[in-house]
Ligand binder design. Structure first.
Ligand code: HPA
Ligand code: ZN
Length: 342
């Protein structure tokens, strides 16, 4: 145990360490209890008859297994209040984990396809984010396109989001990766860039290194979500290091979706040693078994991460964020002060 007297001491250090979360799908924070409550409130029929039955269904052999259940779960989200309640619950959990800044993904096509107006989705999420900001948690909102749908569908989604553009900071790409390469979305991402939006994309979670190259060269990403399989290509690793791009890594997600077979073999330390700016995130915490501190702790235990590695991960979460540099600097100073006092 490097730098800590015990496991409990490492857990306590992680618990209070100021951090940002950069990879969080708000629909993936829908806990079974809230799923049940919202189903009753909205008169939505669920395929499960108890919270226990829902939790028991969370066994996934791959990304698609998870996505099938994830899209089913989000069917309970209907009203502006539903989206507010979902987001407010996540923000309460995040604040309890010493999260000071969040960059939240949402999947509008998972809702508009069911007839839910874009205004309900963005309105509810943004109202909860504004309330959290009053309590000191800052945020950015990132609209994700579902890559298993067509580029035309993504373009129509961007059209529908235009009235809400002041509330949206960036666009991302998620859902079923293999068979849906970044280049399929070249035109809609070019349009988003022209609108001044930041660009991120899930790449190299299940997809090959070539998809990460495409995220860089075709989409021109500002950050890479997951990126695990980039390690298979040394030239790609140097490119990401040279460009100074951050990877938003999700350890418990990787375990639950069988991207890694055991956390002791998780690539996080190898990423740091290669000079990659890796961060730790929860992805879909209600489905994968834990919020951001649980992710830090699980991977720190499995890899026996040092105090310095843990502090580096927290620093990366702010330097990899879309906050202005002055705000990043204030958070970095808070990390140094915390580390000096603990
Ligand atoms: N990968 C791809 N799509 C997703 C994920 C993920 O981890 N979570 C929610 N949508
Ligand atoms: Zn994700």
């Amino acid at each position: 145990m490097t730098g800590f007297a015990s496991r409990d001491e490492r857990a306590a250090f992680i618990a209070g360490l100021p951090k940002a979360e950069l990879h969080l799908h708000i629909e993936g924070s829908l806990e079974p209890e809230m799923m049940f409550a919202l189903a009753q409130r909205g008169n939505v029929k669920l395929a499960f008859d108890s919270v226990e039955a829902i939790r028991a269904a969370y066994e996934f052999a791959n990304l698609q297994d998870f996505l099938d259940i994830y899209y089913q779960g989000m069917a309970v989200l209907l009203t502006e209040q539903d989206f507010f309640d979902l987001t407010a619950a996540y923000l309460t959990r995040a604040a309890a984990d010493a999260v000071r800044h969040v960059e939240i993904f949402f999947d509008p096509q998972g809702h508009t396809a069911r007839g839910v107006p874009m205004a309900n989705v963005i309105g509810g999420i943004a109202r909860a984010l504004a309330e959290a900001e009053e309590r000191g948690v800052t945020s950015r909102l990132i609209l994700c396109f579902l890559r298993h749908l067509s580029e035309d569908d993504a373009q129509a989604t961007l059209d529908a989001a235009l009235p809400f553009l002041p509330l949206i900071h960036g666009v991302g790409l998620d859902s079923s990766e293999v068979g849906h390469p970044p280049e399929k979305f070249a035109r809609v991402f070019a349009r988003a860039r022209d609108l001044g939006l930041k660009i991120v994309a899930h790449a190299g979670e299940e997809g090959p290194p070539d998809y990460v190259w495409q995220a860089l060269d075709v989409l021109k990403v500002d950050r890479i979500d997951h990126g695990n399989r980039a390690l298979e290509d040394a030239a790609l690793v140097s490119r990401i290091v040279t460009d100074g791009l951050t990877l938003t890594v999700c350890p418990l997600s990787n375990l639950k979706l069988c991207v890694v077979d055991d956390l002791t073999r998780h690539p996080l330390r190898r990423m740091l040693q290669a000079g990659l700016k890796a961060t730790v995130n929860s992805d879909d915490p209600a489905y994968f078994g834990g919020y951001v501190n649980a992710n830090f702790l699980a991977v720190a235990d499995a890899l026996d991460l040092t105090r310095e590695e843990i502090v580096t991960l927290a620093r990366n979460s702010f330097t990899g964020s879309f906050l202005p540099l002055a705000q990043q600097a204030a958070h970095l100073a808070a990390i140094e002060a915390y580390a000096a006092g603990h």
